[in-house]
Write a protein that binds this ligand. Sequence first.
Ligand SMILES: [Zn+2]
Length: 201
Amino acid sequence: MENKYNLPADIPENAKKELIKLLNGNRNFVNGKPTAQNMTLETLQKYAFHQEPYAVVLSCSDSRVVPEIIFDCGIGELFVVRVAGITAGPNVIESIEYAVKKLQVPLLILLGHDDCGVMKYAKEHYPEIDGNFTSILNCVYPVLDKEEDITCHNYFAQQHTIWVEDVLMERSKIIRDAVEAGKLYIAKCHFDHSTGLVNLI
Ligand SMILES: [Zn+2]
């Protein structure tokens, strides 16, 4: 089953199980046959006083990138952090840390996407910081510092997702320790608007 997604061999078993579940859910979405059941008040009441998500997803705020829909999930399955351009500032990092340390999720999905407004804005304005969107641009410009002649926004978004993993590993002891202990796997993904597919980078 996992071979069809070309998963790397070093994924811890529990993270692999959840990642395959989500990628299968994405195929349900693509095929127009969602199966999510946990979308009722009854589900919410079951989790009224606790939660046990099996993955944390860092996704863009973009209205087209809705993790629960594109992964075919219901209430209580995903701990979602959404911020423009999946830019990893302090509050974002600490939100992920909560899911890793307190909720013990085994899987972190970094979900970049096509046609991201942050990538387009950054390309138009690099390297200026003019007082608008300062913290967001400061999270995105380092990729352009390394490779200024990026012309494809979608390629830029994927390079940014790769960079975000580096940032999280460097700035978060909780995330780094969990990864090194084999308790957390970080899956770098890209959402393709034309096909609806979530592809591993
Ligand atoms: Zn975006």
